[in-house]
Design a protein around this ligand. Structure first.
Ligand code: COA
Ligand code: AMP
Length: 641
């Protein structure tokens, strides 16, 4: 346990206050938001799957994130700072400038027929226009769905078919260190594959690589926005119900079909606004930086919405923690822009630590404004947390959440006064979350015992009310196994002091460099290879990325081709179908897969072999010799030895 903490923390009192009167608690928090008209009920348990927050209220998220700050004295304060070590570009937008960009883009969208409730996909790199796009949709009451740029055409097509967008906002290219990622062929490919036909695309031409526009379908982003600005048109914020969707964000499920997590307008604003001061300890006017990507939930909540709702300056960083140009980039950004809080994934710190173990770069920059480092997205290993604490000489706060929650479920809430840090634990339950540990039969487990991490219903404001067009899938995936509770699909325990420890997923999701990926989805792709009879994918430990996938394929009888060729094709197939973000670089051709007598593939045992962990022969194994074959095959690749 680390001794660093404030003398007093209000956490226990605040949490108890929420528990005794949840509706009163959230009604108080909701007073921080400007509503066009107030709610009839703070929470209506009878609406939709498990109830809805702030029913009857009318609001607009863009108004709260942008307009009210312009009207309320922040017009000249920086709202968004774009810093791209990849291109060398730096640009700052005040709240007034942000509003001008968003209004103009909203006019462009409206000219393309976009209105309340329409879906708009945003497939963009880390440029300010991505945030303008999200806010322009919010302004019109349109529902955005941002797709991460590291996903390939097929993944984009799946999302197009599920969200059925009228329009896609995209860019000519993204920039990865040493590589230009042409987005347009991926976009065109996805539109070609998708069954749902997209009517319009608005494309941002980036100077690093422009693209051909398709006449009649594609519009040049900058040209259209410039024209809209010149016309001086105003586009007012469209009133929406608090319960109307603000966005749908797809996240990996247990199959190749991603889950469309729905976020509402009202509850989302209330929860995020509350989190900034109380959980992150950040004040309006301060600079907050989430070094993530707008394609992930962290980017939605803590690059775009929360800092802006709170009147902060948000940093949008197009770069990597290392290699753009060096392991000091984070410290350069913090010192140059006066960042008070940085939020990133532990993997970024493992990468920095790998290149700058002594923290020499840290010493080169003035970090005097910097107060706190927040880590989430994957387990923060104590080694990395301690290294960061020591090199930065500041609190390092691990916190746990999911795409589904949209904000922290468990944290050390520095804004309420820091509690002692326990290494390996992302802290205590946040108000709104009654976190329990249950055994597989749904019985409560005592402190310290590992089990299923669940949250007692109802979920608080900001959490998903359902999945896009899939109430039944929502019930089945999250609510059925433990009646009355939301299943997080994480396994962990709570200690005697109420600290949560997250140990593993209970499904086939793996976490690669803080990115959530489905091994089931990768297996579906491998199974498409014509020579593959059977396959399995596991997540194996990786020193920098936390986990990386490893595939096993069994070939069809009679296939005489070189195993090496098939392995290369399998790797290329996953990259082509899912995208480079899958980091799928290891695959082994094996004779057979180990299974139980009932035919269940023993992925857990294979993972232990790959990770050189101790393992016991599963009692139900069909043929124990297969595990020797797996060990040998992995060994030939230098894995597990
Ligand atoms: N568009 C296109 N390709 C992308 C992409 C994007 N937006 N983002 C990543 N990729 C590609 C990368 O170029 C890489 O391709 P490669 O196999 O050809 O090298 C692949 O996807 C994997 O990317 P990434 O996971 O970023 O790994 P990396 O090896 O390039 O960098 C880290 C490793 C640790 C530096 C990097 O993962 C990182 O900065 N992580 C920070 C954590 C984070 O952002 N988490 C999100 C949730 S908080
Ligand atoms: P995502 O939906 O991409 O945010 O991924 C959510 C999953 O990441 C969780 O269910 C956990 O498995 C894992 N995760 C996120 N944050 C943490 C954390 N602080 N500690 C351990 N695991 C985490």
């Amino acid at each position: 346990m680390s001794g660093r903490k404030n003398v007093t923390s209000h956490y226990h009192e605040i949490y108890a206050g929420w528990k005794s009167d949840p509706e009163g608690f959230w009604a108080d928090a909701a007073r921080e938001i400007d509503w066009f008209s107030p709610w009839e009920k703070v929470f209506d348990p009878d609406q939709d799957v498990y109830g809805r927050w702030f029913t009857g209220a009318i609001c607009n998220t863009c108004f709260n994130a942008v307009d009210r700050h312009v009207e309320g004295g922040r017009a000249d304060q920086a709202a968004l700072i774009y810093d791209s070590p990849i291109t060398g570009a730096k640009k700052s937008y005040t709240y007034a400038e942000l509003k001008a960009e968003v209004v103009a883009l909203a006019a462009v969208l409206r000219d393309h027929g976009i209105a309340k409730g329409d879906r708009v996909i945003i497939y963009m790199p880390m440029v300010p226009e991505a945030v303008f796009s999200m806010l322009a949709c919010a302004r019109l009451g349109a529902i955005h769905s941002v797709v991460f740029g590291g996903f390939a055409a097929k993944e984009l097509a799946t999302r197009i078919d599920d969200a059925r967008p009228k329009l896609i906002l995209s860019a000519s290219c993204g920039l990865e260190p040493g590589r230009i990622v042409a987005y347009k062929p991926l976009l065109d490919g996805a539109i070609e594959i998708a069954r749902h036909k997209v009517e319009h695309c608005v494309i941002l031409q980036r100077e690093q690589q422009t693209c051909e526009l398709i006449p009649g379908r594609d519009t040049d982003f900058a040209v259209a926005v410039t024209r809209a600005k010149a016309s001086g048109r105003d586009v007012a914020c469209v009133p929406v119900a608090a319960t109307d969707p603000l966005y749908v964000l797809y996240t990996s499920g247990t199959t190749g079909q991603p889950k469309g997590v729905v976020r509402d307008n009202g509850g989302h604003m209330v929860a995020l606004k509350w989190s900034m001061e109380n959980e992150y300890g950040v004040k309006p006017g301060e600079v907050f930086w989430a070094a993530s990507d707008v394609g992930w939930v962290v980017g939605h909540s803590y690059i775009a919405y929360a800092p802006l709702l709170h009147g902060c300056t948000s940093v949008l960083f197009e770069g990597k923690p290392i290699g753009t140009p060096d392991a000091g980039t984070f410290w350069r950004v913090i010192s140059e822009h006066g960042v008070v809080a940085l939020f990133t994934a532990p993997t970024a710190f493992r990468a920095i630590k790998g290149q700058d173990p002594c923290g020499d770069y840290v010493k080169k920059y003035d970090l005097s404004k910097f107060r706190t480092l927040f880590l989430a997205g994957e387990r923060a290993d104590p080694e990395t947390v301690k290294w960061a604490e020591q090199k930065l000489d500041r609190p390092v706060i691990d916190h746990w959440w999911q795409t589904e929650s949209g904000g922290p479920m468990s944290q050390n809430p520095v804004g309420l006064g820091q509690l002692p840090v326990k290494y390996g634990s992302p802290g205590v339950a946040m108000p709104g979350y009654d976190i329990r540990i249950l055994d597989d039969a749904g019985h409560p487990l005592e402190a310290g015992t590992l089990g299923n991490v669940v949250v007692k219903l109802p979920l608080p404001p900001g959490c998903l009310p359902t999945l896009w067009n899939a109430d039944e899938r929502f019930r089945q995936a999250y609510l059925e196994e433990f009646p009355g509770y939301y299943k997080t699909a994480d396994a962990g325990f709570i200690d005697d002091d109420g600290y949560l420890f997250i140990m593993a997923r209970t499904d086939d999701i793996i976490n690669v460099a803080g990115h959530r990926l489905s091994t089931g989805g990768m297996e579906e792709v491998l199974a498409e290879h014509p020579d593959v009879a059977e396959c399995a994918v596991i997540g194996m430990a990786d020193a920098m990325k936390g986990q990386i996938p490893c595939g096993f394929v069994v070939l069809n009888a009679g296939v005489m081709r070189e195993a090496g060729d098939i392995e290369k094709e399998a790797i290329a197939l996953v990259r082509e179908r899912i995208g480079p973000v899958a980091a799928f670089k290891s695959v082994v051709v094996v004779k057979r897969l180990p299974k139980t007598r009932s035919g269940k593939i023993l992925r857990g045992t294979m993972q232990k072999i790959a990770d050189r962990e101790e393992w016991n022969m599963p009692a139900t194994i069909d043929d124990p010799a297969i595990l020797d074959e797996i060990t040998e095959a992995l060994g030939r690749k230098g894995i597990g030895i």
